[in-house]
Design a binder for this molecule. Structure first.
Ligand code: NAD
Length: 258
């Protein structure tokens, strides 16, 4: 029997990249898949793909940074599928810039307030909004698994990513708080810290940066969305029944460096 038959999985940012691969991986294991994405068309397309695999699936247009939208959509997921067994807080964005860009003693630019606040709103507040909305459902059930996307850069730092790194370190912190607060209700809480994964997000990065990251990866390749999806699947499964408050690196052994 498939591991997730009769389970309901909610994936945020499920319309693309790692989120899409995660939806399909759970659908292949017979889970019902709820997809939240700010872009409705790709999310609907992934729901179609899940249904083609024989799974129940539905997409919601949700901006995870908006608490009222999240609360409403989570209620609709429960009305539609009856429960939520797994939440994957995957939605995330980048707005990269140096804190201060300077040459010959002259300041050429700064990270803007808008870029700092937007990345906070989606990557950090979004994870907070979704977990706060779903936790009461899981408490009522007496079970659940909450998984969130951190990043190796949230653990090691990275040039040009003050805002993003702050959110990914924040996700690690929230994971450890929620492990303490929610474990008593039978809810396991963990994070995944991917290395550099080939998606639309990394496609925006200069080729030479990606080559440098590959050179720093002992496995000699960048990751695929499926590499990360399989980690989510394992963490959500009973095979990980005593894994709690952990941050699992899925990074080919990368050493991010300077
Ligand atoms: P992606 O850009 O390919 O896909 C992200 C999805 O999130 C998109 O479908 C997008 O529409 C959706 N989204 C964006 N803002 C949203 C919002 N406000 N509300 C709802 N949905 C929203 O990204 P990805 O590379 O698959 O990354 C997925 C997650 O993994 C992110 O949290 C990212 O930070 C993290 N991550 C990615 C990498 C990598 O190398 N790609 C590495 C480490 C961590």
């Amino acid at each position: 029997m498939a591991r997730f038959s009769s389970k309901v999985v909610l994936v945020t940012g499920g319309g693309d990249g790692i989120g899409r691969a995660t939806c399909l991986a759970f659908a292949r294991e017979d889970a019902a898949v709820a997809i939240f994405d700010v872009r409705p068309e790709p999310a609907e397309a992934v729901a179609d793909e899940c249904r083609t695999l024989g799974a129940r699936a539905r997409a919601w247009r949700v901006d995870v940074s908006k608490a009222a939208e999240v609360d409403r959509a989570v209620s609709e997921v429960v009305e539609t599928f009856g429960r939520i067994d797994v939440l994957v807080n995957n939605a995330g964005i980048t707005r990269d810039a140096q804190l201060v860009k300077a040459k010959d003693g002259e300041t050429l630019g700064r990270m803007s307030d808008e870029d700092f606040d937007l990345v906070m709103a989606v990557n950090l507040k979004g994870v907070f909004n979704c977990t706060r909305a779903v936790a009461p459902v899981m408490i009522r059930q007496g079970s659940g698994v909450i998984l969130s996307a951190s990043s190796v850069v949230g653990l090691d730092g990275n040039f040009g990513q003050t805002n993003y790194v702050a959110t990914k370190a924040g996700v690690v912190g929230m994971t450890k708080v929620w492990a303490r607060e929610l474990g008593r209700f039978g809810i396991r809480v963990n994070a995944v810290a991917p290395g550099f994964i080939l998606t639309s997000m990394t496609a925006k990065m200069p080729e030479k940066v990606l080559e440098a990251m590959k050179a720093r990866t002992p496995l000699g390749r960048l990751g695929t969305p499926e590499d990360v999806a399989r980690a989510y699947l394992w963490l959500a499964s009973d095979d990980a029944s005593y894994v709690h408050g952990a941050v699992l690196r899925v990074d080919g052994g990368i050493v991010v460096g300077t």
